[in-house]
Design a protein around this ligand. Structure first.
Ligand code: NAP
Ligand code: GDD
Length: 383
């Protein structure tokens, strides 16, 4: 018999990659999905099986992190060997607009899950992974950040996740639960939500090069992030739960880059050089050159002549609406503990991550059926 995993947040970026990864390892995966007026299972449709199929290895349950009774019932029914708590209102900027809900889902939601495991007498059986975050470091007290760096959260999201981090540690110490925090730095992919900065950029650049959009408006271009690929990061989640003793781990690449440079890299994937001029709200990015060979190969020779007429145009502007009341200026993680204790290391660098996202988004934007259906291509992510 393979192991049974329960994943909250199964419809999200990480939930999708982790589901596929665990199913390939022989797990039966149960996922908790919120009810919504549209299906919202695009990222996991290639894994989903009809309830009438025999021997299913992917089973979905309706549920919500704000509903204790629902979580308790599902955990009692599923009797999971491993629980991955990935569900969260995960957008930092949106958490300033919905602070109470964010505290409820991301903070108290984690308590509900831990308490359900305790009340059901599953503390010996069920190992728990908590999706903690580099946002905990906020106004960073040390560079690079490691497991011992003090936290200084800078958003309602990060404060809610701070509670979740410590309640996980507390249940481990108080009840001997195998409960661990993965302190994951930003990780991205072609499945990344469309309003996080990398995906917003790769989608916009893809539309700009194809003539579907003139310009993209951004917030703070100077903040720095340590970006890895979500495919690598879900493997770390799995490894954390395979350890004999529970513990907390930083998962990062150890390289940090500005938003401005990520924008330049994304245009460069299509053979376009963008230069930034001006400062603050007046800063703009202009097309300064096109490499015809790369553009023709990546975007298509049929779009080249039209695009060349745009050399000198502004394609990036600033809209202060995207600024945050309190910003996290720099994140860069020291992953020594994960490398030495878990044997984990990232396989994607930022260039290969950016290329993966750009090729995917150019492909999607080119496909009329994508625009009509708004769907992801059905893929096996690890092939
Ligand atoms: P994501 O794409 O935003 O996915 C979040 C998931 O949580 C979605 O399935 C969402 O459902 C679900 N969810 C939200 N509120 C819920 C609620 N009240 N009840 C049940 N489900 C709920 O996030 P992600 O990038 O995969 O990240 C996974 C986890 O890791 C999150 O906890 C995030 O905070 C944390 N994290 C992410 C990163 C990163 O860089 N990606 C880094 C560190 C930590 P819907 O599909 O219905 O919205
Ligand atoms: N979203 C967004 N949109 N961010 C922008 C924009 C924009 O138009 N312009 C500049 N930024 C800057 C933000 O101000 C921030 O400094 C940086 O880009 C990254 O923003 P996001 O991609 O939204 O991610 P995040 O770092 O705030 O949070 C993500 O990573 C955390 C781990 O560090 C989320 O996935 C969190 O859930 C996760 O915990």
């Amino acid at each position: 018999m393979g192991k049974v995993a329960l994943i909250t947040g199964v419809t999200g970026q990480d939930g999708a990659y982790l589901s596929e990864y665990l199913i390939k390892k022989g797990y039966t995966v149960h996922g908790i999905k919120r009810r919504s007026s549209m299906l919202n299972t695009d990222r996991i449709d290639h894994l989903y099986q009809d309830p009438h199929d025999e021997n299913r290895n992917m089973i979905l349950h309706y549920g919500d992190m704000t509903d204790s009774m629902n979580l308790t019932r599902i955990i009692g029914d599923v009797q999971p060997d491993e629980i991955y708590n990935l569900a969260a209102m995960s957008h930092v900027k949106v958490s300033f607009d919905t602070p109470e809900y964010t505290a409820n889902a991301d903070g108290i939601g984690t308590l509900r899950l831990l308490e359900a495991v305790r009340l059901l007498n599953l503390t010996e059986k069920s190992r728990i992974y908590q999706a903690s975050t580099s946002e905990l470091y906020g106004l960073v007290q040390e560079i690079p950040q490691k497991e011992t760096t003090p936290f200084y959260p800078r958003s309602p999201y990060a404060v809610a996740k701070l509670y979740a981090y410590w309640i996980t540690v507390n249940y481990r110490e108080a009840y001997g639960m195998h409960a661990s925090n993965g302190i994951l730095f930003n990780h991205e992919s072609p499945l990344r939500g469309e309003t996080f900065v990398t995906r917003k950029v790769t989608r916009a650049v893809s539309r700009i090069v194809l003539g579907l959009q003139k310009k993209v408006f951004m917030g703070n271009l100077s903040s720095k992030r340590d970006w890895g690929h979500a495919k690598d990061y879900v493997k770390a989640m799995y490894l954390i739960l395979q350890q004999d003793t529970p513990d907390d781990y930083v998962i990062s690449t150890g390289v940090t880059t500005t938003i401005r440079d990520f924008i330049k890299m994304s245009f460069a994937e299509a053979g376009i050089t963008v230069e930034f001029k001006g400062e603050g709200e007046k800063e703009e990015g202009f097309i300064s050159a096109v490499n015809e060979d790369i553009f023709s190969k990546v975007v298509g020779a049929e779009h080249l002549d039209i695009f060349k007429k745009r050399i000198g145009e502004s394609v990036v502007g600033i809209d202060p609406a995207y600024f945050r009341p309190t910003e996290v200026d720099i994140l860069i993680g020291d992953n020594t503990k994960a490398r030495t204790k878990l044997g984990w290391e990232p396989t994607y660098d930022l260039k290969s991550l950016c290329q993966d996202m750009m090729l995917h988004d150019i492909y999607l934007m080119k496909k009329e059926e994508y625009l009509k259906n708004g769907g992801y291509k059905i893929l096996n992510y690890f092939e």
